[in-house]
Design a protein around this ligand. Structure first.
Ligand code: NAD
Length: 546
């Protein structure tokens, strides 16, 4: 079993490399990873390392790495150590990248089977996954935006139907109940549903469909927040809910639809899943896509009946269209529907973890955030609710969305708290690859850009280069995360607040320049809000307005 070290004793040669080592191991902590024995962290087959020999070699190299050296990781395998300098990242990671004409699942799987690559997802192969909390805040914000748009600011008295209770999807029930609504969550794998109940993300599991419908309708009528899991296949349950005319207000989905082998077709038992997918991947893919077409057909049915329906960033619409659902794109993705205005402000999923392992350190950083941004009531509500409701998985961590001009203030404050001894050990500060200026993903983060630049992938490459040039501790550049191979390119950074003066200078630059990429990207695409933010906050844009 893998578990990150805690406390102040170093295994590696400095906190910069110790941080990478602990976060690498933390990604595979059984509390954090969905299938740690297979090195799978989350999101279908998102891995932290290519194989166990690579895992041990990365561990060894990080333990020995000096502060003027850089470890190169190619799709989960350590391939070189180079002499660099102290401002350079300690680790540079490239995961799952393929030349565009070869960037499809069959070719990827062929190379994976040959042992030449691995799927890095977003934060699995870049060692900054913090369990389901990582997605909880974004999901909470999204449902809050749905509530604002359609239901007067609260989901009270509404029913949300969704599927998938995996590493990310497991955040949905809690995000809905935090917004005072009722959620019915369909999941094929009983073990996944049980895990969400154990970690208090899901309130209860129903015995069958009749029981589930009765429970959620009672709670909806009473205006009581409740989440109910139902063991079943979304491709069967959603059409049946539609047939019964159940009054559903919001519909979305977080099954692993981005990878057709990770979506269970109807009529296939969970126990047969792995063998069938491995033995007959083409047939399995066809059946999965047909099921997705039925699943999405029901979602479109709810749309026609007036429900708020959105794709939650898993490529479900694209796969369903391949399966024959012509109206799959009748409903929007969540980014153009709710998140893009936040991206224009350089806002995104800022996150940090306490290397001490002590929850008290996170409680102190929570208070620091509240003090730093006293006027932000939404942020304060989130931090309070997260403190009460979120169970830590692995190293204690926190996430909140902060914008350009805010993130570096938080990072510098944390670094001061480490320096003064207020925190018992350094803090790592990173983010999801799903951020304002770090990703090209036409079915998700860059869907329906104002200037049609959805598929332009220069931005994530620039983002990785900018973070490397600014002093991040590790930088990653991936392909295929979130929506699958061939459909996205994205970058990430993690920077360590070890309390030193040098760390403060790096933090100030990275946490200013990284979100600046979001402002710049959206100014370039013609968003007025981004141009206003750039003008107000002095982001230099040579051809603004040209
Ligand atoms: P996961 O693989 O951990 O979980 C997927 C779950 O779906 C599993 O529990 C599986 O049993 C279930 N499932 C599969 N087929 C099903 C079916 N037919 N009916 C019901 N349940 C079924 O994946 P995850 O980490 O939870 O991610 C889910 C999806 O969300 C992925 O496609 C991921 O790329 C995407 N994602 C979205 C965001 C976002 O911000 N919106 C962020 C990260 C990931």
């Amino acid at each position: 079993m893998v578990r990150a070290n805690r406390g102040t004793e170093l295994t590696a040669r400095s906190w910069q490399t110790e941080a990478a080592l602990r976060m690498f191991h933390n990604n595979l902590d059984p509390e954090v990873a969905e299938r740690p024995d297979d090195l799978v962290v989350y999101g279908g087959t998102g891995r932290a390392a290519r194989d166990w020999p690579s895992f041990h070699a990365i561990t060894r190299e990080l333990t020995d790495l000096a502060d003027d050296e850089t470890l190169l990781v190619q799709s989960g395998r350590p391939v070189g150590v180079l002499r660099t300098h102290e401002w350079a990242p300690r680790v540079l990671i490239a995961n799952s990248n393929l030349v565009p004409d070869w960037a499809n699942w069959p070719e990827f799987r062929r190379l994976e089977a040959e042992g030449l690559t691995m799927y890095g997802q977003m934060t699995a192969g870049s060692w900054i996954y913090i369990g389901t909390q990582g997605i909880l805040q974004g999901t909470y914000e999204t449902f809050a935006a749905v509530a604002d748009k359609r239901f007067g600011g609260t989901l009270r008295g509404t029913l949300t139907v969704t599927a998938g209770l995996g590493g990310m999807g497991g955040a949905q029930p809690l995000a809905v109940t935090m917004n005072e609504g009722v959620a019915l969550c369909v999941e094929v794998d009983p073990a996944r549903a049980r895990r969400r109940v154990e970690t208090r993300y899901l309130d209860e599991v129903a015995d069958d469909l009749d029981d589930a419908v009765a429970r959620v309708l009672r709670a909806k009528a009473e205006g009581r927040a409740l989440s109910v899991g139902l063991i079943g296949n979304a491709a069967e349950v959603l059409p049946e809910l539609l047939r019964r005319d159940v009054p559903v207000d919001v519909v979305t989905d977080q099954t692993s639809a981005h990878d057709p082998l990770a979506y269970l077709p109807k009529g296939v038992a969970v126990e047969d899943w792995a063998d069938y997918a491995a033995g007959k991947p083409d047939e399995f893919t066809d059946r999965a896509r047909e099921s997705m077409a039925e699943h999405v057909g029901a979602m479109v049915g709810f749309l026609d009946r007036g429900a708020e329906v959105f794709d939650y960033g898993n490529s479900l619409r694209g796969e369903a269209r391949l399966g024959g659902c012509e109206r799959a794109f009748d409903f929007p993705g969540f980014v153009p529907a709710y998140v893009r205005p936040l991206f224009c402000e350089g806002r995104g999923p800022f996150r940090w973890a306490a290397l001490s392992g002590d929850p008290a350190d996170i409680a102190k950083t929570d208070r620091a955030i509240l003090e730093l941004f006293p006027g932000d009531e939404k942020l304060a509500r989130w931090i309070r609710l997260a403190g009460e409701r979120v169970e830590f998985q692995g190293l204690p961590a926190r996430i909140c969305w902060l914008g350009y001009g805010e993130r570096h203030l938080a990072g510098l404050r944390f670094n001061e708290m480490v320096a003064s001894g207020e925190l018992s050990a350094p803090i790592v500060i990173g983010r999801d690859h799903l951020d304002c200026g770090s990703v090209a993903s036409p079915y998700r983060e860059t869907e329906a850009m104002a200037d049609g630049s959805d598929a332009i992938a220069d931005w994530p490459l620039l983002n990785a280069l900018v973070n490397t040039a600014s002093g991040a501790t590790w930088v990653s550049l991936h392909h295929g995360g979130g929506v699958g191979i061939g459909r996205s390119i994205h970058a990430g950074q993690v920077t360590v607040a070890d309390g030193t003066e040098l760390a403060a200078r790096k933090i100030e630059r990275v946490l200013t320049n990284d979100p600046a990429m979001g402002v710049i990207r959206h100014v370039d695409a013609g968003y007025r809000r981004a141009a206003d933010v750039a003008a107000a906050k002095d982001v230099v844009i040579p051809m603004a307005g040209a």
